[in-house]
Design a binder for this molecule. Structure first.
Ligand code: ATP
Ligand code: MG
Length: 333
């Protein structure tokens, strides 16, 4: 049956439109032909949120609601929580030996995140090492395809380096390399015009936002600062409203017409924002309704079942890993 797919999200908040367009839509599609695991990466989220464990714990459940609301089907996809699979932590420890500090510090995504989080010189070792733990996530599940946003490409490159090193040193082929699967919008910009919409930056429209919050966010979006009167010619490049229309409007022809009119002059920001608001309300209303129809007990059941399934897969890989490394002691030797 198909390939093995693994993806994860950090429970550092609720899921947003960047997740939806960058990864969730692909997951909903992939679950029909492949064996898909979706992991709630609480251990990873704790690397830069270790002092707010309650936020991480509540976000674990929020993510599970978001998954089911967008159509990830727990009968097809195994949804589980990272911390509940200790094998991942075990493999992380072995992987730590295979990476040097300079390589970790060169990871462009980690570099950008360190700047963004204002760690200064006080970078938690756990945070710097999260790409190694993420490599262990992928390897534990023998994942071949990872539906992710663009920021994750350096992580998958690093994971593949580790797998090649592991297989070379321990003379095995038990671990598999993986490939990223990017969507047509691999990086959705923030509503403030920042390069990436992100939970941690608070510049995203969340899938569970109430209709009035969505509207407020759309109307606060960054547009062309020189487009003052509706009659002025406007720029669509770098204009967040048009970036979102490109990503979410079902009728691409209409978007092209709007762009032409905006460029010429004669189309006000309020009108375009109104159109985007309608598009997003139409997209998010069914997700909203589904989310609020879900029962908490069902969410617990889904996670319990997912964790049990994930444990079995992780145990299978770790038998191979321990055998390859010779750390499988038994009293028969
Ligand atoms: P945090 O700020 O805590 O890192 P995040 O918003 O970056 O949160 P993650 O949980 O780190 O979200 O990312 C989960 C998945 O969603 C990853 O595959 C990531 O590439 C993808 N993703 C996140 N934000 C975007 C975005 N703005 N556009 C496209 N894909 C995204
Ligand atoms: Mg992130």
């Amino acid at each position: 049956m198909g390939k093995i797919i693994l993806t994860a999200d950090r429970p550092s908040g609720r899921l947003h439109l960047g997740h939806y367009i960058g990864s969730l839509l692909n997951r909903v599609d992939l679950q029909n032909q492949h064996k898909q695991y979706v992991m709630i990466a609480d251990v990873q989220a704790l690397t830069d949120n270790f002092d707010t464990p309650d936020k991480i714990r509540s976000s674990v459940y929020e993510l599970a609601y978001d998954y089911l609301a967008v159509g990830i089907d727990p009968k097809k996809t195994t949804i589980f929580i990272q911390s509940q699979i200790p094998e991942i932590a075990e493999l992380t420890i072995y992987f730590l030996n295979l990476v040097n500090l300079g390589r970790l510090e060169r990871n462009p995504t980690v570099k950008a995140e360190i700047r963004q989080k204002n760690f200064g010189d006080v970078i938690p070792v756990g945070f710097l090492c999260y790409p190694i733990s993420q490599s262990a996530d992928i390897a534990t599940f023998q994942a071949e395809l990872i539906p992710v946003g663009e920021d994750q490409i350096p992580m998958i490159e690093q994971a593949n380096e580790i797998v090649r090193r592991f297989n070379g040193i321990y003379n095995t082929d038990c671990l598999k390399e993986s490939k990223p699967l990017l969507s047509k919008t691999p990086r959705l910009v923030g509503i403030d015009g920042q390069a990436k919409a992100s939970k941690s930056l608070g510049n995203a429209i969340f899938l569970s936002d109430e209709p009035n919050v969505i509207k407020e966010k759309v109307f606060s979006m960054f547009t062309d600062p020189d487009h003052i009167r509706a009659s002025d010619p406007g720029k669509v490049e770098g204009n967040v409203v048009f970036t979102y229309l490109d990503a979410f409007h079902p009728d691409k022809g209409e978007v092209e017409d709007l762009k032409a009119k905006y460029r010429r002059g004669g189309l006000g920001d309020t009108v375009v924002k109104g159109i985007l608001n309608d598009v997003l309300q139409n997209l998010l209303t069914p997700i909203h309704e589904k989310r609020f129809s879900l029962k908490r007990d069902h969410i617990f059941d889904v996670l319990r079942t997912g964790i049990n399934e994930a444990k079995l897969a992780a145990a299978r890989t770790m038998v191979q890993v321990r055998t390859a490394m010779g750390v499988n002691y038994s009293d028969k030797e």
